[in-house]
Design a binder for this molecule. Structure first.
Ligand code: HEC
Length: 612
């Protein structure tokens, strides 16, 4: 009798121990509603991908995002079992049904690989030039306008575990340098795609790599990650030379690409706090944008200049009973621009996150290259205090200081360029849909401005424009939403303006996607140009080339499909966004797949094209 009583007492505990290995679908659905839906199911223009986008990912990709990707802070609050259950629930598939492929040894270049040699054509850093022109001259491009229609896929490479492939590719010495949102950096052979080296870093990487010879030593690759670390690694071997933390603020990240000039690295700092403020319980906001200058040889900080002079102070208590802070925001999302002639570094900032508004938000800021002192700033949009709790349809506006704020960040960097009359201009597109030409010699006074898009929280003009010194080429994002989904009819198009006057020369709308589902016209990816041709990717998965003179589409490639890869990792393409293509030595390199900001088709492929 006593024995059986004991068994009765023990049984329930034993049963729950076994059950603890799995979570019921009902509990997982409830977990999603409690911990994720505020951002992932709000009808508003949240930055968080919707259920439809998450469903296209593999459970492994979602788990990876929760454990070491963009959602790792949110994921850390759930148990391992819960994270796995959420991953299976959101993907609608069991873990293990599409396991992350290991990269086979045969994908590596091996002993036959040529030694590192930096000579020859290159695309180095985000904007090809220190001025962010994104124009590749004929000698380096090695592809003429007439050859563009004959571009054919040569090889494809899969990023293991990634749901986005979007960093600007960099090519130097016949090697491609490319990173992923999963924190992998690869150096690949440009002709064959074989791997010279792979480095796993602490966090995902969104920005481009910059290469330069070290002081009397071998070439060095410099880059920064989404945990706000900067790295210097040996360009030939991938060995880490130094690693440096740029900002101790927990949500700080680097999204824009760094620049190197005269021994100093200039690194823009942004943050995820703007999106996290969608959570009514989040004490919004204390992040301040900045530029950090590091000694390239040692990684030691030389100066750091904030876009908001003082630390945030306590302001009011929100409707959700949470202490608010401000001013905050003015993140630097994009790459700085070097102007050695004027000893200036130009950066463009985003909106304020919380009240009071920061005077250098949505602004162009000029800093002294040597000291980081602010030389001048020009605010383009005043009173723009926006965060993830502001959209009309967000569930709760507890953290929103101004429901009417437009969210008109600068997501593109300033381009420094001389027009054909020899006059210097800073050209920049804004999420407002307006392109500006500003005068660097008159503290950013407007030379011309032209509205080319409607503008909105998802652009206007997003990641970057290009110029050949005669015309400026800008792609239009202009994503609009119907509920959570991007309106398939909204946005897109490529425009060309005369650099000197801002006159509209041509405007080529997105050509439509026919019966393709999901569709989207949004063209948010940075534009790249070569003499006679301009390249622009779309979230519909197409990469298109346009004639520079009249905007005719002269080539297109649909990347939203599966690819056989040279490294054996299953890969598919999808939305193209963020970085643009690199054209180097007769080849064109492009990423495809994007699950972030306005991306509708996740993917993990890197594509290399050549002329046939
Ligand atoms: C406070 C808002 C917020 C909450 C809460 C939140 N997310 Fe996210 N999530 C985002 C944003 C914003 C992004 C896009 C991040 C980016 O693009 O950098 C995102 C991206 C993702 C992605 C895609 C990552 C990738 O690499 O493509 C996954 C998967 C994800 N979230 C899962 C979850 C799950 C599961 C939960 C709940 C446990 C959750 N999120 C809670 C805001 C949130």
């Amino acid at each position: 009798m006593r024995t059986s009583m004991n068994w009765l007492a023990v049984l329930p505990a034993f049963a729950s121990l076994v059950l603890a290995g799995s979570v019921s679908a009902q509990d997982t659905a409830a977990q999603f509603q409690t911990f994720c839906a505020t951002c992932h199911e709000s009808d508003g223009e949240s930055r968080a991908p919707g259920r439809d986008v998450l469903r296209q990912m593999s459970p492994e990709q979602i788990l990876s995002a929760l454990e070491k990707g963009t959602m790792s802070k949110v994921g850390a609050e759930r148990s391992r079992v819960e994270r796995r259950a959420l991953a299976e629930y959101l993907a609608g598939k069991k873990l293990g049904s599409s396991p992350l492929a290991a990269i086979p040894q045969s994908a590596y270049c091996g002993a036959a690989a040529k030694a590192f040699d930096a000579s020859g054509p290159n695309w180095n850093g985000w904007g090809v030039t220190q001025a962010n022109t994104r124009f590749q001259p004929a000698n380096d491009a090695g592809i003429s306008e007439s050859e563009v229609p004959r571009l054919k896929l040569k090889w494809a490479f899969g990023f293991p575990g990634a749901s986005s492939a979007s960093a600007q590719p960099v090519v130097l010495g016949g090697r491609v340098y490319i990173s992923s949102w999963e924190g992998d950096v690869f150096s690949l052979d440009a002709r064959t795609g074989c791997i010279h080296w792979r480095l796993e870093t602490e966090a995902g990487i969104r920005s481009a790599i910059t290469l330069a010879p070290g002081a009397g030593k071998p070439w060095v690759a410099y880059f920064s990650d989404l945990a706000a670390n900067a790295y210097a690694v040996d360009a030939a071997s991938g060995k880490i030379l130094w690693k440096s933390k740029l900002d101790s603020y927990p949500l700080a990240r680097v999204s824009g690409s760094l620049k190197l000039h005269d021994g100093l690295l200039y690194i823009p700092v942004s943050s995820r706090e703007e999106s996290m403020a969608a959570d009514p319980k989040y004490p919004c906001c204390r992040f301040r944008g900045s530029v950090v200058a590091l000694d390239a040889a040692s990684g030691k900080q030389v100066w750091k200049t904030y876009t908001i002079a003082d630390q945030a102070q306590r302001t009011q208590v929100s409707r959700a009973g949470v202490q608010s802070w401000g001013p905050s925001g003015a993140a630097v999302w994009s790459s700085p621009t070097i102007d050695a002639l004027r000893n200036s570094l130009y950066v463009a900032t985003g909106n304020s996150y919380s009240a009071p508004v920061a005077p250098m938000s949505d602004a162009i800021v000029a800093l002294d290259l040597k000291s980081g002192r602010i030389l001048w700033s020009r605010q383009i949009t005043p009173n723009d205090t926006w965060n993830g709790s502001c959209p009309e349809t967000a569930r709760d506006h507890a953290n929103c200081a101004d429901r009417a704020a437009p969210d008109y960040d600068f997501a593109s960097p300033p381009i420094l360029v001389e027009d054909r009359g020899g006059r210097a201009k800073l050209v920049i597109g804004q999420k407002s849909g307006v392109l500006f030409a500003l005068d660097p010699d008159r503290k950013g006074a407007t030379v011309w401005e032209r509205r080319v898009g409607e503008g909105g929280t998802s652009g206007g003009i997003m990641w970057g424009s290009a110029t050949d010194g005669e015309r400026v080429y800008a792609a239009l994002s202009d994503a609009k939403r119907v509920g959570r989904e991007i309106d398939p009819e909204s946005g897109g198009g490529l425009v060309a303006l005369e650099l000197k006057t801002g006159k509209l020369l041509w405007n080529t709308p997105h050509p439509d996607c026919g019966s393709r589902k999901p569709c989207g016209k949004v063209q948010a990816a940075a534009v790249s140009a070569i003499p006679g041709a301009v390249f622009s990717g779309s979230v519909d998965g197409h990469l298109r080339a346009y004639s520079a003179s009249d905007g005719r589409i002269i080539w297109q490639f649909d990347s939203a499909r599966e690819f056989a890869t040279v490294n054996g990792v299953p890969a598919r393409g999808g939305s193209i966004s963020d970085g643009g293509v690199a054209v180097v030595d007769g080849m064109l390199f492009a990423n495809s797949g994007y699950s972030h900001h306005s991306g509708i088709i996740p993917g993990n492929v890197f594509l290399a094209f050549g002329v046939e």
